[in-house]
Design a protein around this ligand. Structure first.
Ligand code: CA
Length: 228
């Protein structure tokens, strides 16, 4: 009898331990789900046809930034996150990165977007230097509401980068709004994907909750690579 009781107690102890372990597992799983659910599965990925794209066109994972040249957070993202993404994934051929103009800061956003489309169409190789330099010359964030993007400023920036940009053509394109249809096509995607903040980052159809959480972005990229 004593043996049976012992064995029963042992079984009860094991059952209790298993119940506790299962409880811990459920808590762990549900917290991961909560964390993951902060990202938004879009059901589709933005169309990157005709968009400036860095990296190998056949790269399995596409990262899209909805960005605005007048947005301080976009400057910060370009200067802090993009360089890491470039070294870790773009240069290795795993990720291609595309930029879609998002006009959340009025006329100046539109002007910079028009200039970027002009430079992209005349000189795709030089585009990224121009793109980076606009962000670099964005005034410190406490002054971001002050006006600084003008046609003259954009032409100066194009002149300063070593990218062989046709300045006369850029000036004509800004006056004539040559690439307004491209800028408007970008805005259609902004609306289609309910973009409400810049930068918004989409990785193979998943809009990440925090574009500055690079470790989490890496997880989403790794999962997308595993799905290939
Ligand atoms: Ca575009």
């Amino acid at each position: 009898m004593a043996t049976n009781t012992d064995s029963l107690s042992k079984r009860l102890v094991w059952i209790t331990l298993l119940i506790i372990a299962a409880g811990v597992l459920i808590v762990l799983i549900s917290s991961q789900r909560n964390e993951a659910s902060q990202d938004i599965r879009l059901g589709a990925h933005p169309d990157i046809e005709g968009q400036p794209t860095l990296g190998e066109i056949g790269a399995p994972v596409s990262v899209v930034e909805f960005g605005d040249y007048k947005c301080p957070a976009c400057k910060a993202w370009d200067e802090s996150i993009l360089p890491q993404l470039t070294v870790d994934y773009i240069e290795t051929g795993q990720v291609k990165y595309s930029y879609i103009n998002t006009l959340f800061h009025g006329e100046e956003s539109g002007l910079a977007a028009l200039a970027s489309e002009s430079v992209w169409n005349q000189n795709p190789e030089g585009f990224w230097q121009f793109h980076k330099e606009i962000f670099r010359q964005q005034p410190p964030s406490q002054n971001h509401d002050e006006s600084w993007i003008t046609p003259e400023k954009l032409i100066d920036i194009a002149n300063e980068v070593d990218a062989d940009i046709d300045l006369e053509q850029l000036a004509i394109d800004l006056v004539n709004q040559t690439y307004i249809a491209h800028v408007m096509a970008d805005q259609e995607q902004v609306q289609a994907f309910n973009v409400s903040l810049t930068p918004s980052i989409v990785i193979n159809g998943t809009m990440v909750e925090d574009p500055f959480d690079y470790e989490h972005m890496k997880q989403v990229i790794e999962e997308a690579l595993e799905e290939q």
